[in-house]
Write a protein of this length. Structure first.
Length: 355
């Protein structure tokens, strides 16, 4: 029986109607309810069951992801403070990376679970989902074309975080900007440049990334000395200074290998350059170079070896002074017949002769 019949049955009888007709309509309404109550109950129970399962599943998945992220953070904090932890693990980097991954996973899980539950509930009402899905597909394609830059930035950020291309505290060269990473987001990455400027780099604009904080770094020092110095003595002094540096903290952990003398890099008339390199902890090359220059300079001063810098080296014995250096150039006015003297001579008026 249709809904119109139920409404007709529910209407109050007209004053002129008979009691039998009213009883017949009431019976028809009761029969329609008795005939369809099982369908209503079945549909209602399906909707409640779908909603309950979706809510429970969403809560369980989000809680599992949260516990996984907390476990990752605890594992990072467990090794923090140790030599291995300071070398390979950055707590802030691990925390931000895990939180970003967890946020993405929770959002994706919630969208999938709740979206599937909503479609199942609509299907329980016997609604044709084909036009709805087609409209949603067209809208998704239009949104993808209109916001393709945003989608590109988001997807690039997701893959950068999942692949751990860089993290907080790393020094990177992103092409469009370079500096230290202070924040990693799904859409933009914050970099602090050498002069303190903060660069906001869109993840979709990054075509290449050079990470200077992964693996190991190389510290290189060029030592310029006079060409008359003894190379054997220069090498011995540099080696002793480097060995002494490697035995002291904190350079013991920052130096990953012995300091090597590669030999002469350039030989000029007034100087020669000795190349010194060392493998260091990532991001510590600049500090090692400064300390190595400091120690080599002190060792050279104690050994009497002169270094050559930007100022040209002065000769050992000063040359004799030129006696004509303090003499002034002859003046053109010294001669009375020179054009300059004649031009400067005042004109004398002839005396007046009276007739």
């Amino acid at each position: 029986m249709s809904l119109s019949a139920l409404l007709a049955a529910a209407q109050s009888p007209e004053p002129g109607g008979s009691l039998d007709e009213a009883a017949k309509q009431a019976g028809n309404a009761a029969g329609w309810v008795e005939q369809n109550w099982s369908t209503w109950l079945n549909t209602g129970l399906r909707i409640v069951l779908i909603a309950a399962i979706a809510i429970v599943l969403r809560t369980a998945v989000r809680r599992a992801l949260t516990k996984l992220i907390e476990r990752m953070n605890r594992s990072a904090q467990a090794v923090e403070g140790t030599a291995l932890g300071g070398l390979l693990v950055n707590a802030e980097r691990r925390r931000q990376r895990s939180e970003a991954i967890g946020s993405v996973l929770r959002s994706v899980a919630s969208f999938l679970i709740l979206g599937t539950a909503a479609l199942m509930i609509l299907g329980a009402f016997q609604i044709n989902l084909a036009p709805l899905l087609a409209s949603a597909g067209v809208a998704g394609v239009a949104l993808g074309f209109g916001a393709r830059n945003l989608v590109t930035d988001f997807l690039s950020g997701v893959f950068m975080i999942l692949e751990d291309q860089y993290g907080v505290g790393d020094t990177i060269d992103a092409g469009v900007a370079s500096g230290e990473v202070i924040e990693v987001g799904l859409r933009v990455t914050k970099l602090r440049g050498d002069n303190g400027a903060i660069w906001y780099v869109r993840n979709g604009e990054v075509k290449r990334i050079g990470n200077l904080s992964q693996g190991w770094s190389t510290a290189g020092v060029d030592v310029q000395v006079r060409p008359t110095e003894d190379l054997e003595q220069v090498g011995t002094v540099i080696t002793e200074a480097a060995q002494q540096m490697a035995k002291e903290d904190p350079w013991t952990e920052r130096l990953w290998g012995p300091v090597e003398i590669l030999g002469l890099d350039t030989v000029l008339l007034d100087s020669m350059t000795v190349r010194v390199t060392a493998k260091t902890m990532p991001g510590q090359a600049l500090g090692v170079e400064r300390e190595l220059r400091w120690r080599i300079k002190r060792a050279f001063d104690q050994a009497g070896i002169r270094m050559v810098g930007g100022i040209p080296a002065q000769p050992d014995e000063p040359s004799a002074a030129d006696p004509t250096a303090s003499m002034a150039a002859p003046s053109a006015y010294a001669s009375a017949t020179s054009p300059q003297s004649l031009a400067a001579t005042p004109i004398v008026q002839p005396p007046n002769i009276s007739k």
